[in-house]
Write a protein that binds this ligand. Sequence first.
Ligand SMILES: Nc1ncnc2c1ncn2[C@@H]1O[C@H](COP(=O)(O)OP(=O)(O)O)[C@@H](O)[C@H]1O
Ligand SMILES: [Mg+2]
Length: 606
Amino acid sequence: MKGPSLSVGGGKRTLAGRAYSTEGMVKRGFDLRLMGRLLGYLRPYVPWVFLTLVLILVASTTRQAGPYITKIAVDDHIVPGVSDGFGFLIAVYIGLLFVQFVVGYGQGWATNMIGQWAMRDVRLDMFGHLQKLPLQYFDRTPIGRLMAMNTNDVDALNEMFTDGVVSVINDLLTVVAILAYIFYMDVELGVVTCVALPVASVATVWLQTKSFEAYRVARVIFGRFAATLQETISGIEVVQLFGAEKRSADRFEEDNDSYLQARMKSTLYHSMYFPFMELSGILLMGLMLYSGGSKVMNGEIEWGVLVALLQYVPRFFMPIRDIADRFNTIQTALASSERIFELLDTDTEPPSGTHQPEAVRGEIEFRDVWFAYNDDGGEPEWVLRGVSFKVDPGDSLAIVGATGAGKSTIINLVCGFYPIQKGSVLVDGVDIREWDSEELRRRVGVVQQDVFLFAGDIEENISLGAPEVARERVLQAAHDVNADRFIDRLPKGYEQEVNERGSSLSVGQRQLLSFARALAADPDVLVLDEATSNVDTETEVWIQEAVEKLMTERTSIVIAHRLSTIRNADKILVMHHGEIREEGRHEDLLEARGIYHRLHQLQYQE
Ligand SMILES: Nc1ncnc2c1ncn2[C@@H]1O[C@H](COP(=O)(O)OP(=O)(O)O)[C@@H](O)[C@H]1O
Ligand SMILES: [Mg+2]
């Protein structure tokens, strides 16, 4: 049986033109620049970081004092039979345990808080940046990946700090503290202990490189896995409708298997490493018993030293073993942070212009616009080819044409969502590149075929465009588009919760909400992109009424399949393959007996 391949083909997915892959990670090893940038997130919390370091230092020295105290107990009290001060020594021992508890508690708390604070900052940065990214980025990046980045990757960073960096420092200090105590008791035995260091280190580095490689592959597969899952869940209706469960399940199974294989590989290394380290521990113990024991017999050291040594040896290997794991955590987090920084470094929308007029008349003009969505240096696939038209303020423009002709693209360009390659788009005679893009989009109210509802109540979903809109505006808008007819019938009216998929509302109701939403923002230009394609006839009549009201006082662009809805438009554009083929009023176009005439005939026959 051929197992699923473990290779992680990077480079296929592109992120803002650059190849996206985690491949470079291991080869580059420990990226100090990346580390530095990450540590930058700790800057606001430097006093806390400093406190943590001091606490770690105190914790590791007190923790390792225990065996040394037993040495004093054995040599100064038990062996010579001196009970004087013995009680005090035990009290010190217990006192130290108490200090350890308090310090450990404080250190754990501080470390975790710093981690949480820093993660909050990272998440804020990411979300802030994500919202400013051009739509092109989202065209290319699966949502599942973005979700994974915002959750798994950020968590990995947190772990890196709390479980990774801090623990490594802790472990290193523990090793140093143990060695210091042993050297202090007997230099020769200290040297013997040091012999174990290279053995343990080599084994640790070996595990670290081997298992991390496997683990990294697992992470990448996991990302793909998450994307598949996300896609299936969001598209569950389609999956079930079309009986695509098998296909989804196959894909899931394949990814699931690759994930298993990758995890097995890293498990294999782990299950070799830990017994090996245990064996090394036992060997060191034997060595200690032998050399320490001989020294006791020769009277070179006291009994207590051997007692202490035998406690130190098992403690010595634990931190070294842990460091191997910590490095995995750190490197995983570095891979995560690379993804996060790649996101943060993706160019946001080019800085928009500053044009922010007091009032907008609503004149829209396209001058010989050529546009292609693919803008990565390859051969442009023109979606618009030399499109020119002009809509006067207050006029209505209708666009008709087959699916894929480029109608919605025109809307995208009016809103300045994509940079155009040639020509210019002007609003009120000003190139949209000079417009403040936020202002521009605020002035343009778009109602689309697919309505996106956010989690929240009806009122929030209407006022969305402008959070400052008053309740009265929301009510008025709902009334004007006849949405209040169904809202008033809802059990909780405007406070009725809807969910993001809006499944609690019918398509027509959602559409009415989106009309209210557009109106509440009081746009100067109203755009309807096949806004009535999905609704039933009754709702359409309601909407038709509303739309006429909405269109009277503002410039409007209407894209519609049903020609009946557009016969009154001041101008109609007929688009075909990204070009304007015909242009004029309903009657003129019919007379011309071209494409529009044919479309009209087809619908008339229906
Ligand atoms: N975000 C996008 N990325 C890449 N290509 C797109 C995108 N949106 C639309 N297209 C392509 O552009 C062409 C025109 O699409 P569109 O303007 O949506 O057509 P219409 O609205 O007339 O049906 C289609 O070939 C479509 O595949
Ligand atoms: Mg469209």
